[in-house]
Design a protein around this ligand. Structure first.
Ligand SMILES: [Cu+2]
Length: 152
């Protein structure tokens, strides 16, 4: 009996630990890869209004972080990624994510060096539309390191 009363809570704990799948917590997972060619593997992500998404960004780059880092910044619909990137260039200390433009940002992943990976979980806006995303490391957006989250 004693063993049973000890085992049962342990079994239950293990079960509750194992069952809540990552999906419930993170929503749908989008694997985004950043290359030193200043491109992402995806330029378009489609999502349902209000859907929970986790974007995992992995840098497949080799160049040193100081000269070639990559991040991911998702902007509100109607925001201009190029003008965000222009302002970000001088925001070195803020990781090229200027606090003055934080109101334009829905979600972001900070600058990553070679082989680094990071993620963000957020709720997709409920308003259908096109939400631009970009890498705000200097010149990357202008070189094509950008895309769009299409909510429909
Ligand atoms: Cu980049």
């Amino acid at each position: 009996m004693k063993i049973h009363s000890l085992l049962l809570p342990i079994i239950l704990l293990t079960l509750t630990w194992l069952t809540p799948c990552a999906h419930a917590r993170d929503g749908r997972v989008i694997e985004l890869v950043a290359y030193d060619t200043m491109k992402y593997n995806l330029t378009k992500i489609e999502a349902k209004p209000g859907e929970k998404l986790t974007v995992v960004l992995t840098s497949a780059g080799l160049a040193p972080k100081a000269t070639m880092a990559h991040n991911w910044v998702l902007l509100k619909a109607g925001a201009d990624p190029t003008s965000y990137a222009m302002s970000a260039m001088s925001a070195v200390k803020e990781g090229f994510e200027p606090k003055s433009l934080a109101s334009q940002v829905i979600a972001s992943i900070p600058q990553l060096g070679p082989k680094e990976s990071a993620k963000t979980t957020f709720t997709v806006p409920t308003t259908p539309g096109s939400y631009p995303f970009l890498c705000s490391f200097p010149a990357h957006c202008m070189a094509g390191m950008k895309g769009v989250l299409v909510v429909k």
